[in-house]
Design a binder for this molecule. Structure first.
Ligand code: ADP
Length: 346
C-alpha cells in the first residue's frame, strides 16, 4: 500500500549557503521492508535520517507519510508527532532508569501497569526479559543496543530509523545482534531504514539497498541486483571489489582485453567502462584469454583469491575454486564471465 509508505521526494538540507549536505534525495520506505542506506562517511546518511526524524529542517523537497506532510513545502511536524522511532549509534539510554523503565519511557499513553506490561513484551521481543531490572551501566554494549531497539519499537512506530546500530560491537556480537534486530523489525511490520557504511552488512540485512554518494541516492534496489547491475562505477565500488576496463563500442559490443560484452543503448564508437566483479574474472584453464601472471594466492572460505598482473602492468583480482592450484609466478589465461560484468558510461 503506497499510501502507508514514507516518501522522500527531492529532499535538500544545507548547513551552509551554497553547499547541500543532501540534495535531490528520493526514497520510499515500505511497511515490513528493511532498507539499508549505504554510503561512505560524509555522504549525507545521518543528515537524511535526521531529516526524516524531524531533527533537521528541509531547504527543498518534501517528506511525508501516507499522505501526511512531515517536512517541506511549509510543513515541519515536530519529531515527537512523527510515528517514527530512532535508534542512535550511542544508544542514548537514560542512565538512571532500568532497562524496563527505559522501554516504558518510550510509551506515551496507557496506565502504569499497561506501560509495564508493554515494556516487558518489548524486552521479550529482543530476548532481554532476564535483564529487565538492570541499569544501563550493568548491561553489555549489545544488551544496551537491544534495550534502545525495544524502546524505539514500543510505541509501534510506522517508521524505524537506525543509525549505524551495530558499529562499536565485535564481529560475533554484530552478527548476533543483526539477527535479533531484523527479526524484531520484521515482527513489528514497520518500514525500517538502517544506516551503514559496511557493504557486507547492508547485503546481509536489507531487502533493498539505497546507495548514497556526495549527498544523493545514486541507485536503489535489491542487494543482488545492485551487485550485478550497478548504474555507475561509483555505485559498483560502494558494494564491493571490481575491475574497470576502458572500452570502445563496436558493432554493439564493448571490446576489452578480456573479451567482448553486449553494450545495448550505447552508440557506435562510444567510450565506455566495463566493470567486472572478481567472480567474473575467470582462469580459463585453456589456451584462450588474456595472459596474466599470478602474484599471490590467498584461500578465502571456499574460494581462492588470485592477485594477478595483467599485460598492461595493472593488477587485478580473480576468484577461483579452492581446488585451483595456481601459485605465485604461474602464468594463466583469463576470460570474462558476462554475468558478473556490466557496461556503464565512461
Ligand atoms: P554521513 O552520515 O554519511 O557520514 P553526514 O550526514 O553526517 O554524513 O554529513 C554530510 C555532510 O554534512 C558532511 O559534509 C558533514 O560535514 C556535513 N554536516 C553534517 N552535520 C552538520 C552540521 N550540523 N553542521 C555543518 N555541517 C554538517
Amino acid at each position: 500500500m503506497t499510501t502507508q509508505s514514507l516518501q522522500v521526494d527531492g529532499a535538500e538540507v544545507r548547513f551552509s549557503p551554497g553547499t547541500a549536505a543532501i540534495r535531490d534525495v528520493r526514497l520510499t520506505l515500505t511497511p515490513g521492508k528493511v532498507t539499508a542506506l549505504l554510503g561512505p562517511s560524509g555522504s549525507g546518511k545521518s543528515t537524511l535520517l535526521r531529516a526524516i526524524a524531524g531533527l533537521e529542517r528541509l531547504h527543498g523537497g518534501m517528506i511525508g507519510f501516507g499522505g501526511e506532510a512531515w517536512s517541506g513545502q511549509g510543513a515541519h511536524l515536530a519529531p515527537e508527532k512523527r510515528r517514527c522511532g530512532v535508534v542512535f549509534q550511542d544508544y542514548a539510554l537514560f542512565p538512571h532508569l532500568t532497562a524496563e523503565k527505559n522501554v516504558a519511557f518510550g510509551l506515551r499513553s496507557g496506565s502504569r501497569r499497561e506501560k509495564q506490561t508493554a515494556a516487558m513484551e518489548g524486552l521479550a521481543r529482543v530476548e532481554l526479559t532476564h535483564r529487565a531490572h538492570a541499569y544501563p551501566h550493568e548491561l553489555s554494549g549489545g544488551e544496551q543496543q537491544r534495550v534502545a531497539l525495544a524502546r524505539a519499537l514500543a510505541p509501534r512506530p510506522a517508521v524505524m530509523l537506525l543509525d549505524e546500530p551495530f558499529s562499536g560491537l565485535d564481529r560475533r556480537l554484530r552478527a548476533e545482534l543483526r539477527e535479533t534486530t531484523i527479526a524484531a523489525l520484521r515482527a513489528a511490520g514497520t518500514a525500517a531504514l538502517i544506516v551503514t557504511h559496511d557493504a557486507d552488512e547492508a547485503m546481509a540485512v536489507a531487502d533493498e539497498i539505497a546507495l548514497m554518494a556526495s549527498g544523493t541516492i545514486i541507485q536503489t534496489g535489491a542487494p543482488d541486483r545492485l551487485y550485478l547491475e550497478p548504474v555507475s562505477e561509483t555505485a559498483a565500488r560502494l558494494l564491493g571489489d571490481m575491475e574497470a576496463f576502458d572500452a570502445t563500442v563496436a558493432a554493439g559490443e564493448a571490446l576489452t582485453a578480456l573479451g567482448a560484452l553486449p553494450a545495448p543503448g550505447f552508440a557506435e564508437g562510444a567510450k565506455v567502462r566495463v566493470l567486472v566483479r572478481p567472480e567474473g574474472i575467470v582462469v580459463s584453464g585453456g589456451p584462450d584469454g588474456l595472459e596474466a601472471e599470478v602474484l599471490n594466492r590467498r584461500p578465502s572460505g571456499g574460494h581462492v583469491k588470485l592477485d594477478l598482473r595483467l599485460p598492461d602492468g595493472r593488477t587485478a583480482q580473480a576468484r577461483a575454486a579452492i581446488t585451483d592450484t595456481h601459485a605465485s609466478g604461474d602464468r594463466v589465461r583469463l576470460t570474462m564471465d558476462p554475468r558478473f560484468a556490466r557496461v556503464v558510461a565512461f
